[in-house]
Design a protein. Sequence first.
Length: 363
Amino acid sequence: MAFKCGIIGLPNVGKSTLFNALTKGCAATENFPFCTIKPNIGMVPISDDRLYKIADIIGSTRIVKTCIEFVDIAGLVKGASQGEGLGNKFLNHIRDTDAIIHVVRFFDDPLITHIYGKIQPVNDIEIINIELCLSDLFLCESQMIKVKKRINLENSLLKKEILILERCISHLKEFNMLRTLIISSEEYLLISHLRLITLKPVMYVINTNNPLYDDNKNIEKIYNIAKKENSKVIPLSIILEADSIHLNRIEKNKYIKTLGLKKSGLDTIASLGYTLLKLHTFFTAGIKEVKAWTISKGTTAVMASGKIHSDFKKGFIRAQVISYSDFIKYKGFKKVKALGKIRSEGKNYCIQDGDIINFLFNI
């Protein structure tokens, strides 16, 4: 399963430039609306210093990072939920993602037009969010009609679905994102097939001329919007970040420091995407390679083994587990084993972030 982050926003806000910077790709970035029609898709490796530390201790010859899939989706406009600017098609692309990166334009450039003539970041966010609410509202109301036609006194699940749909419809009519509505896991399962966009976790990327921005009331307002939604915010200059994509790891770190930053904004976006999707990383390690594997939080040992090979899952015996902190503290397998720090876990063990695992199986 690929975990997808969709990149959205108004036209000409820097979505495709961000996608290119993240993926080192070559998506079109022309100065006109709807330059992107079909979504661009790329896999982005997640920077994780733990890989290098494990490899240094073992002497591994190869490092394999884990990845997230990023999708560059065409710009949305007012009326997208009614089909403006091919809006319905683009909204469906967003439904296919697991999390959303919403790019907001703060940069001023007379050579790059703003679709509504003026840079108003908070207003731009509202335009997009209203269209997303309207699109979800239409889906919820349509589903309500379908469910009411099928309902009978014996079907308690349909009754429960109607109740959660009613709550969603009421919330959306006030232009509130569904991620601000308290929904139980049971209720979520009843409506998950609708792939509602406003339920998806969001990261707002503030695309500014200067990542070390001056105080700005609009910045504060966006942080307030994100706080209300339990979303994330990251300010960066996408164009400056794009300049570093062809540098090696050492050169990139030096370049980032010359900008006065502690960490690459692109690395932060990829890491936050990982957090938004509620993902964990576990490692397999040996002389030949150290490899990171992506799993959802709560994944059991037997399910995680299937990520490596289906035979591991079929013939699962047990998992030999070392915590990352123990591995680093005791500098490798030999001392960890001598101190009894290797745990033997069964198929129902929930993998923890950073676990270093050797799966034992028999076919």
